[in-house]
Design a protein around this ligand. Structure first.
Ligand code: FE2
Length: 283
């Protein structure tokens, strides 16, 4: 069991912005562009969750990406992805698609259901400048291949990094991401080591938690304070239990230039991405 000596307090709570993307998919943009510096290396977090097909049925038809990674985690529903390199896969409940766009991918992400619930997250993780033009790559990780760690009243799905001594499905150098889906029974307590210099946040999607005396209700992101002496984060579930994701990573400390689905380091690189996309040279 982890025993923290100096857990991080909450710096602030963020409610996110209701928006739509793709062909009218309704979602909550939790990590918005104005938080990219603060939460470096994370660029975006979208939460989607609905039982109304009209909110998701349009999906995300063909669109490009360059310069970062997308991590899609499904809780409910099925989504089929197809890309310009001929790859195809089906995301099912509990599964993850980890995609490195690198120098360029054009893909679609479409619901493979006409009714029922669709719920999950898409996280954007930046790449170091020297990796932005790498060859594209992806991995579909079915629910059964995501390691689980357990403690008293605690079940953690370890998507990336490690928790309670269990190595996650994905490890990444440079950004060293930790991505955990934490399920807590009423009153249960969970502690996670996080290096002091890394940026970290918790997003609660069921019930509520307390972090260092701050109540974090459902559909709120708690940005965790960076303190040189802090060794991790401690989360305590409220009376109804809770489910939350914990995300942390090493900042890249590089310039961020974003234009829609392209995230590079300079405007010149963005112009080049747009030009490559228009000329058919992106992917
Ligand atoms: Fe995409």
């Amino acid at each position: 069991m982890v025993k923290l000596t100096s857990p991080r307090p909450v710096e602030r709570l963020v409610a996110g912005q209701a928006t739509s993307d793709g062909a009218g998919v309704k979602l909550l943009r939790v990590l918005t562009q104005n938080l990219q510096r603060r939460l470096d290396p994370f660029l975006m977090l979208d939460a989607f969750g609905t039982e109304n097909p009209g909110d998701y049925i349009g999906g995300f038809p063909d669109h490009p990406h360059r310069g970062f990674e997308t991590v899609t985690y499904m809780l409910e529903g099925r989504m089929r992805h197809r890309d310009s390199a001929g790859n195809e896969g089906l995301l099912s409940p509990g599964g993850v698609q980890w995609m490195t766009a690198g120098r360029g991918v054009i893909h679609s992400e479409m619901p493979e259901q006409a009714e029922g619930a669709m719920e999950g997250f898409q996280l954007w993780l930046n790449l170091h400048s020297s990796d932005k033009m790498c060859a594209p790559w992806y991995r579909d990780i079915p629910a059964t291949e995501i390691p689980e760690a357990t403690g008293p009243g605690v079940r953690v799905r370890v998507i990336a990094g490690q928790a309670l001594g269990v190595a996650g499905a994905m490890q990444r150098q440079r950004t060293e991401p930790i991505y955990l889906d934490i399920e807590l029974q009423a009153g249960a307590h969970f502690e996670q080591l996080v290096p002091a210099g890394h940026n970290a946040f918790v997003y609660v999607y069921r019930g509520s938690v307390a972090i260092g005396g701050t109540q974090v209700p459902r559909q709120r992101m708690a940005i965790l304070a960076n303190r040189p002496d802090a060794d991790g984060v401690a989360v305590q579930a409220g009376a109804e239990g809770a489910r939350a994701i914990l995300v942390a990573g090493a900042p890249l400390n590089e310039p961020i230039a974003q234009y829609g689905p392209f995230v590079m380091n300079s405007n010149e690189e963005i112009f080049k991405a747009v030009e490559d996309f228009r000329s058919g040279a992106l992917a």
